[in-house]
Every structure is written in C-alpha cells, then in structure tokens.
Ligand binder design. Structure first.
Ligand code: GLC
Length: 656
C-alpha cells in the first residue's frame, strides 16, 4: 500500500505535467525525453517539496514553478549536452581510474577563459580529465572572496571573457575528453546581486530572499549558537547594512562568510525556485560536475548551529532531482568541511554523488608532521565507505585553508588529545614548532577559541620553500621525496585525485599576495599564486630539478592510475606494516590487486608487511618486491599481484 504522500503525488502528476508541456512547443522529442524523466522523478520531487513547504498556501504553485524551471531548461539544453546525457547518464567516469581532477583560477592559470585552450596540452600531460575553474561569474568591485560572492550567474567577470567563450571552452574540452567543473554558490549571493539590491529597496518578492532583520534583537535566537567561520572579520555573522531601507536607518543581514556575501533564505520556496533556475543555467553551459559550495549552511533554525540541518540535505536533494529532470549526466560535488560524520551525510547518489574528503587531506598532513601514519590508517579503515554510485575527491590542498577536521573521538581512541594535537599541527605548519619543515601561516586564528587553520602551497608546507632557501641539497632532496610521497597517497588511497594546478611543479607560497589590496586581508591568496608557465617549461627541460622530479612523479602516478582498475573504486584495506611510520594498504578491483606502502617519515624504517602470501611485483621494475627490510625516508612501495588465473577481483580477505 503506498503512503498518502505517494497518492497525493499520483493525483497531481498529470496536471503538473500538463502545466509545463508548453515549454516544449516545437520539440516533441525533447518533450518525450522529459516526460520519461518526469515519470521517474516526480514523486521524489513532490515528497521533498512537501517535506519543506507542504504546509504553505502556495505549495502547489511553487511545485509547478519548480518543474517549469526544469522543463524550460530541458527545452533549452544544447544538443551536444543532450547527447552527453544519453551516453553519460550513468557517470561511469566516477569509477574510472583514469579520472584525474585539477582546480585553478582562470585568471591565475591562463588570464582568460579563452586562454585556457593554450594550457590544454599541459593538462593532458597530467592526465587531467576534469578541470574545475573557480567561480568565473560576475562579482562586486573590491574583495569578492575569490569569486564566491556572485553578483550574477548570467555574466562572467569581463576581464575573463564572456559566456559564449565559456560555453565554447566546455565544448572544446569535451571534444578532447575533458570536462568542466563549475561552482554553484548556493548559500549566498553578493550584496550587489540584483535580488539583494531589490531587497535593500524593500521590493517584493526579494525582500524575503535573504535573512534581513529590522532589529538586532531579532537575531538573538541565532547568534549565540553560530560558529565563527571567518573570525578575523569585524563583528559576527550579522552585518549592518545602512543602505537597506528600514525604520532604524538600515537593517541587519545574515552573512555567514564575509559581509558582502548575503545568505539566502531557503525557507522561502521562491528562493529554491529562483536558485534552481541559476543552477540549471550552469548545467546548460556545459559543466559535467557542479560544485555545491558550503553545503552545510543551507538551512537555518533558531537555537541550532545552523549547520548540517536535515533541511539542508532536502534542499540539495531537490536540486539533485531538478538536475536529474533536466541534465541527467550532471553530478554534484559537496563541499562540506565539517565533522567527518557530517561530511559523509552529503555524499549520496540522490544528493551529491561526489564529496571532497577533507579528512584524508588533513590526515596526510598530520602523518607528515607526526611521522606516524596511525590516524590516517584509522580513517582509511573506518571512514571511507560510501553508497554505490558515489565517490570521494581526494586532495592535498585546495584554494582554501587546511583545517584539522578529524573527529575528536577518533583522536581520543588513539590516545591523542584532539585540542592539543590541533594546536601542535597549526604550530607545525605555521613553521613555529621546532624542527618543522613547513612554511605556512595561520589562517583566521581565533584567540577566543584557540582555533586556527593553515594557509600554504603543497611545496611550502612540505618543506621545499625552506629547503631551497637554505640551499641545503639534502633538505631539498628530502622535501622532493616528501612531496612525491604525499602525492602518492593522494593518487592511491581512495577516490579521484585532485591537483591544485601549480603544485605539480612545486610552486611555493606567494608572499607578496598582499600587494593586491583586495587580497591583503585574506592570506589564502598566499597559496593561490599565478601559474608559472616558465616553471613548467623548466621542469620539463630539466627532469632532475626539484620541479622536474615532482612533475615527472605526478605524470607517472596519473598514467599509472589509468592502467590500474583497482584504483577506480572501492576502499583501501589496511595492512600491518610493522612500523608506525608506514601506511600500507591494498586496493582490489577489476581483477587486480595493488599494494602500496609509504614511509611518512624522514628516517629509514624497518618494515615487515604481511604479504598475504602473494608474490608481489614492483609496478615499475616488474621484479619481486621485498616486504620485509628497510624502507628509505619517504620511501614508496607500489606492487601488484600477478593475476593470471585471477580474473575475478581478489577477495579483500585474501591479504593481510
Ligand atoms: C567555500 C569556498 C571558500 C569560500 C566559502 C564561502 O568554502 O571554498 O573559498 O570562502 O565557501 O563561499
């Protein structure tokens, strides 16, 4: 017996479809395809909409509006993307070991959108299949949080080019086997977005698009419960806006991040409808993945932290359903930098099929600082399982800071004091701790809570900057090996590896980031330097230079992935390496089995890795590997089990 919601959905289904048929006036084939998808998705959309807005007088009308947004976008969807929808609906690339991501700022990487084409050869050399361009959309004058303050999704920043160039880029990348990843900043718009401007003037319906309060007293139910995301800024999450017309000469606006980023109020279904329209516009530009920015913050409720609320998931699931109606090949990526349990909850096939893995990221750094792989190993063992159809994005660092997002309880289980450990890690990577190789900086240190995060490029945090400065060849050697060990972990532990472009040639911090006054207050710009094409040319010309060795290693890892099905899906199975400085694991799948062991320390260690009885063979040399004996500082073992006679995947239990 179907529940009453399903019956309600059934009752309205035909009428809702009837309302939107007109969108497909001259395209019966598109209508037929839409109808087929509508048939599959409608009940889900109805149920989700009902759970958020079912009590409202305008529920049915908003539901129709939402479906109409999807139908309009489906009717407009370019032919080449409809073809992609047919061939790539299953998104098999998510489990293809050859999939490799890269992220960058258009202006810093190539100057303009059109300029990206000139860098494609470099991307191909790295095996990149997915290119994430940081938000290229229109922004306000002055600081714009690296594009995360969007004034309009319909225009690009003029200095980057125009929308037609972005569409052509998506198309030409597609022709070359590459896809574009674009952002959707669902939580907020810039303060000068036309909706925000209208809200300042008190115009309906936009006066209800944001959290705007006449009186500071109205935020009393929220403010004390909120985390400070950017504690460096003046004030809290609420910004006084003197140009909003109000009885007190201005109004308070909710701004979780910077004062120029106004949080949207999804309790109003008109916001969901309007934002879904923008989302589908991005899908129709040609993005194959849409990065959902700051997912935990999408719903607010008095008396809560206003993070990770169940309704935030429903908003994302609704957007997912709308995308499934219009652009079924598109997948969402969740950007949730919160407790690992909460990070997990955003990654589901009907929500965000992809999720950044900030836990593995931060624990790789943790292992390098402590010279112990215990916390990383525990996370690999316990915290990676995802539902089918989902995948992690594994990275070493992004455009953002590094936060120590491990669970306190996980640290405690290993006898580690989480608060003290985070302090140690911050001091280590800020280069304050004695014996630290790192050259990073505190980001948004909060004197009230003692919290901080870390800014810095991979090479600077991993010691190359300090080593080059000291001109000590042994230190340089160690830093290069450390970087290669780090990349090896990123490319082999789990999921899809992602590079921050520039890291592949060991780019160090930009200490002059503050020369640009719009960047001066935000030291994340330290690790967002301009792409140095000359450094790439040098790295290619001199493979024995630090940059040359790092580049060669990244290329090798990427090529290695593409021919090893075991790295395409699944999770690692941990092995006891016989030494705490060594992370050792196997990956199995596609009829093959790999073994990876990485020494995260700068000393030679004695290992005794349980071989499980397999005659492991070094992946490059083809010779047998010894799993008992010495492993050099940052030494890496990559081996495979010869598989004749083992056409089926090895059962994980067969090793270890
Ligand atoms: C995300 C972005 C970050 C930005 C924030 C606010 O966390 O990655 O760069 O500051 O959202 O949009």
């Amino acid at each position: 017996m179907r529940d009453w919601i399903s019956q309600e959905a059934d009752r309205s289904k035909a009428a809702v479809l009837e309302e939107v048929r007109g969108c497909f006036e001259d395209s019966p084939r598109r209508l037929a395809a839409f109808e087929a998808r509508f048939d599959l998705e409608y009940e889900r959309i109805f149920r989700l909409m009902h759970s958020l807005y079912g009590w409202r007088w305008d529920f049915s009308w908003r539901l129709i509006e939402l479906v109409r947004v999807a139908a309009t976008a489906a009717a407009d969807r370019p032919k080449w993307l409809r073809r992609r929808d047919e061939t790539m609906a299953g998104a098999r690339w998510m489990n293809d070991p050859a999939t490799v991501w890269a992220m960058t700022y258009t202006e810093r990487f190539a100057g303009t959108v059109a300029g990206i084409s000139e860098r494609v050869e470099h991307l191909k050399g790295l095996g990149v299949t997915h290119l994430h361009l940081m938000p290229p959309y229109a922004v306000p004058d002055g600081p714009n949080d690296g594009g995360y303050a969007v004034s309009s999704y319909r225009w690009l920043r003029p200095e980057l080019g125009d929308m037609s160039e972005l569409k052509s880029l998506a198309r030409s990348l597609d022709d070359q086997g590459m896809s574009l990843v674009l952002d959707f900043v669902a939580n907020h718009t810039a303060h000068d977005h036309p909706w925000a401007e209208a809200a300042k003037r008190g115009e309906a319906p936009y006066d209800r698009f944001y959290f705007i309060f006449d009186d500071r007293a109205e935020v009393a139910g929220y403010a004390p419960h909120l985390r400070e995301i950017f504690p460096d800024r003046v004030g809290d999450a609420f910004t006084w806006c003197p140009d909003a017309e109000g009885s007190h000469g201005g109004k308070w606006v909710w701004t979780t991040f910077y004062p120029f980023q106004w949080d949207l109020d999804y309790r109003n279904p008109a916001v969901l409808v309007a934002m879904s329209r923008e989302l589908l516009h991005i899908a129709n530009l040609g993005a194959s993945v849409i990065r959902m920015d700051a997912t935990p913050f999408l719903w607010k409720r008095e008396g809560t932290s206003c993070e990770n609320l169940p309704e935030a998931h429903v908003v994302l699931q609704l957007m997912n359903a709308v995308a499934a109606l219009t652009a079924p090949s598109v997948r969402f990526l969740s950007e949730a930098i919160v407790h690992p349990d909460d990070v997990h909850r955003f990654v589901r096939p009907d929500e965000c099929a992809l999720g950044y893995n900030p836990l593995v990221m931060s624990l790789i750094w943790e292992a390098m600082a402590t010279r112990e792989a215990g916390m990383l190993a525990a996370a690999l063992e316990q915290r990676l399982e995802l539902p089918p159809g989902c995948q992690w994005i594994t990275y070493i660092r992004s455009h953002d800071d590094i936060g120590w997002g491990f669970a306190d309880e996980d640290a405690a289980a290993l006898g580690i004091d989480p608060v003290g450990h985070r302090r140690f890690l911050n001091e280590f990577y800020a280069g304050i701790h004695e014996g630290s190789f790192a050259r990073g900086a505190f980001f948004q240190a909060n004197p009230r809570t003692g919290d901080a995060r870390i800014s810095g490029t991979l090479a600077s945090l991993a010691g190359l900057e300090a080593a080059v400065e000291s001109a000590d060849p042994d230190e340089i050697e160690m830093a290069v090996k450390r970087i290669i060990a780090i990349q090896t972990l990123a490319f082999t532990t789990v999921g899809i590896p992602m590079l921050y472009l520039g890291d592949e040639v060991g780019t160090t911090n930009d200490h002059r980031f503050g020369d640009d006054t719009d960047h001066a207050g935000d030291n994340r710009w330290m690790h967002r330097p301009r792409f140095d094409a000359a450094a790439v040319a040098e790295a290619v010309a001199d493979p024995s230079s630090p940059g040359g060795r790092i580049l060669a290693a990244v290329r090798r890892l990427s090529a290695f992935r593409s021919s090893h099905a075991a790295l395409g899906g699944g999770t690692p199975r941990l092995l006891d390496a016989g030494h705490p400085a060594v992370a050792a694991f196997t990956r199995a799948g596609g009829g093959e089995m790999l073994l990876v062991a990485v020494n995260v320390s700068d000393f030679t260690v004695e290992v005794d890795i349980d071989s499980g009885g397999w005659p492991w063979v070094d992946v490059e040399e083809g010779t047998g590997v010894v799993l008992r004996g010495s492993l050099a500082p940052y030494g890496v073992v990559m081996a495979e089990a010869p598989s004749p006679g083992h056409a089926e995947p090895f059962a994980p239990g067969e090793v270890g």
